[in-house]
Design a protein around this ligand. Structure first.
Ligand code: PHE
Length: 330
């Protein structure tokens, strides 16, 4: 039995162990031979030797099973070790991509407003007339509709021309106070140095009780934001018109290229226009059924900001997928 025990210990694989088990239990194996000896024994001796053999048989079986469990676990572990794939391993040849400059700019702006407790809302790209125009105080045949050329579908649906319809959707599904931004793609049929048929905007809307939100709040939040985006720039609010805000303003920053002295990018004005804004027009609140509220809204083009931040002269370059441009943003 000791020899048997030793043989088990020496087994290094499940296969070897199985061979040993077959050998020991087999016709010519240890137990066959020993049981054969019983024929020559008599009486008490026979009984006690048989008992001893049965005990040994049982013990051998147990030892083999225990060793088998051990070897199986070990072999499994070896396989895991051998086939392991270290995903954190540094690879010299790895060609890591980068965020597209427009997405990067959008993330940067979204993070800024999210940190000020603005919720991030979303809306459909295919809109209807009500959300994109009507509810935003742009009734049919209103001349201000010409400000935004529009892609229409045959059934009257349209590709949203701005992210402002998400203001309407949010107000229709939420009660004031509202504090939201909406980044996303918008569409207008234009194509030249500074326009592409698809581009991105980020919309902001803050609504609270009447008198709680003012143009002064809008000014201060945008001034802080523009300094975060563009560094130490001067900010100027110019009276303007949007149907959904009253009063409305366009916001300029001092040119980040010439610092105000005049250059090609700012067309020698020293200023760059970066966003539109205003306090929410009462007609918009009427359209969504908000009573006794005040609010402000702003909208900003992402491509324009990305172009300014990264000094990209032609907006169309952002959509051509040219790796020579994109690789510079790794
Ligand atoms: N929706 C306007 C545009 O696309 C921008 C804007 C948004 C202006 C919110 C005022 C308030 O030009």
């Amino acid at each position: 039995m000791e020899t048997l025990q030793k043989s088990i210990e020496e087994c290094n694989s499940v296969k070897e162990l199985e061979r040993l088990r077959v050998e020991v239990f087999g016709k010519k194996g240890y137990f066959s031979k020993e049981f054969a000896k019983l024929k020559e024994l008599e009486g008490g001796e026979k009984i006690s030797y048989a008992a001893k053999l049965n005990e040994e048989k049982e013990k051998f079986g147990e030892l083999v099973n225990a060793k088998k469990t051990f070897l199986e676990a070990k072999e499994y572990e070896d396989i895991l070790k051998r086939d392991a794939l270290d995903v954190s391993l540094y690879s010299k040849g790895a060609n890591i991509g980068a965020l597209h400059p427009v997405m990067d700019t959008m993330d940067k702006i979204t993070e800024y407003f999210a940190s000020l407790n603005f919720s991030v809302e979303d809306g459909p790209l295919v809109e209807d007339d009500f959300h994109n125009f009507e509810a935003l105080n742009l009734p049919k045949f209103h001349p201000a509709r010409d400000m935004q050329d529009t892609f229409y579908f045959k059934d009257g649906a349209l590709l949203r021309t701005h992210t402002s319809p998400v203001q309407i959707r949010t107000m229709l599904s939420q009660q004031p106070p509202v504090r939201m931004i909406c980044p996303g793609a918008v569409f207008r049929p234009d194509l030249d140095l500074t326009h592409t048929p698809m581009f991105h905007q980020i919309e902001g809307l803050v609504v609270d009780k009447k008198g709680a939100v003012s143009f002064a709040n809008l000014k201060s939040i945008l001034e802080e934001f523009l300094k975060y985006m563009f560094g130490d720039v001067k900010v100027r609010f110019r009276p303007s018109f949007f149907p959904f805000t009253e009063p409305s303003a366009e916001v300029d920053i001092s040119c980040i290229f010439c610092h105000g002295s005049g250059c090609r990018v700012c067309k020698n004005t020293g200023w760059l226009e970066v966003l539109g804004c205003g306090t929410v027009d009462q007609n918009v609140f009427n359209a969504v059924g908000y009573k006794n509220c005040s609010g402000y809204a702003f909208g900003m083009g992402m491509e324009r900001s990305a172009m300014l931040l990264h000094r990209i002269p032609d907006l169309r370059a952002l959509f051509e997928g040219d790796l020579r441009l994109l690789e510079q943003f790794k």
